[in-house]
Design a protein around this ligand. Structure first.
Ligand code: PDD
Length: 284
């Protein structure tokens, strides 16, 4: 099926949407992106994604060409036009088009594009089996809190994990886990406390992370926002990742070491259910 995509105010068949080779997103990775999950044809945790988009844009000085209301309307329209029930919306906003120069004009016309991907996010077989990860050195830049499209290292890290027979990589800086290649990393101690790295420039402020922390606290689960080592993770009761389209996904093996029983744990399963139920109810 040919998707209908959005480009700078136009709705186009996916093959018709063209961006200039001089776009700064293409030349300098000078662009911000967001990924929002769609369930039952509705947007999950949209307010969080919209707020983070604004923050990321503000951090690198790009202004959004759309008002908040129009941004939401475009998200809804792309779901509608593609008859999307379950999957995701990818949004990218680059600084715009100019001849190649490290220095840019402050008032460029940004390039805004959105497309959808249909995907089964609820019935993810990995939610039942869990995933394996390997730890790799975090070689990303020092502003991982901004959701830029500079994803070469996360992509190479995921490929390295794949070559080693694992599903994903957990990145490590200064002996501490930062996050997964494209998700937040969490552990559950053997006495049932959720441990997750505090926000800072080393990690993306995950929208799912923030929702899951709230849900854990509401369910009476103690939450510790502190960094942890790969060794602590390997001897934890459970480990899991969170992201917009994975929700909560158990990690059952780190560097070949089974976590807990080596099977998906109860805490991750509970948090996954709580997340899906509550966000489904609150979807817009
Ligand atoms: N990735 N950390 C990194 C480095 C990420 O790329 C992501 C999301 C997250 C989780 O954030 P959230 O819960 O807001 O999705 C954490 C998206 C999904 C991606 O790149 O496809």
């Amino acid at each position: 099926m040919t998707r209908i995509v959005y480009l700078n105010g136009d709705w186009l068949a996916e093959g018709e949407a063209k961006v200039s080779i001089f776009d700064r997103g293409y030349l300098f990775a000078d662009a911000i992106y967001e990924v929002t999950a769609v369930l039952d044809g509705k947007l999950l945790d949209y307010a969080g994604h919209a707020a983070r988009l604004k923050r990321s844009l503000g951090e690198i000085g790009i202004s959004s060409p759309l008002s908040d209301d129009d941004m939401l309307a475009v998200h809804r329209e792309i779901v509608e036009r593609n008859g999307l029930r379950e999957g995701l919306i990818y949004l990218q906003l680059s600084r715009g088009v100019a001849d190649r120069d490290f220095v840019f004009e402050e008032d460029m016309q940004p390039t805004l594009s959105l497309f959808t991907q249909a995907k089964s996010v609820i019935d993810n077989p990995k939610a039942k089996t869990g995933i394996s990860v390997v730890t790799l050195e975090d070689q990303r830049w020092k502003r991982c809190d901004i959701k830029t499209v500079q994803l070469l290292y996360p992509s190479l890290a995921k490929m390295e994990a794949k070559r080693r027979g694992a599903d994903d990589a957990w990145l490590v800086a200064d002996g501490l886990v930062t996050e997964a290649s494209s998700a937040t990393a969490h552990i559950v101690t053997r006495d049932g406390r959720l441990v997750t790295r505090p926000l800072g420039r080393e990690i993306l402020p995950g929208i799912t992370r923030s929702s899951v922390i709230d849900l854990a606290r509401e369910a009476g689960m103690p939450v510790e926002e502190r960094a942890f080592t790969p060794d602590e993770a390997k001897s934890a009761g459970e480990a899991f990742i969170t992201s917009a389209t994975n929700f909560v996904l158990p990690v059952v093996e780190i560097d070949g070491v089974p976590i807990g029983t080596g099977k998906p744990g109860q805490a991750a399963a509970n948090l996954r259910n709580l997340y899906i139920e509550s966000r489904r109810r609150g979807a817009i």
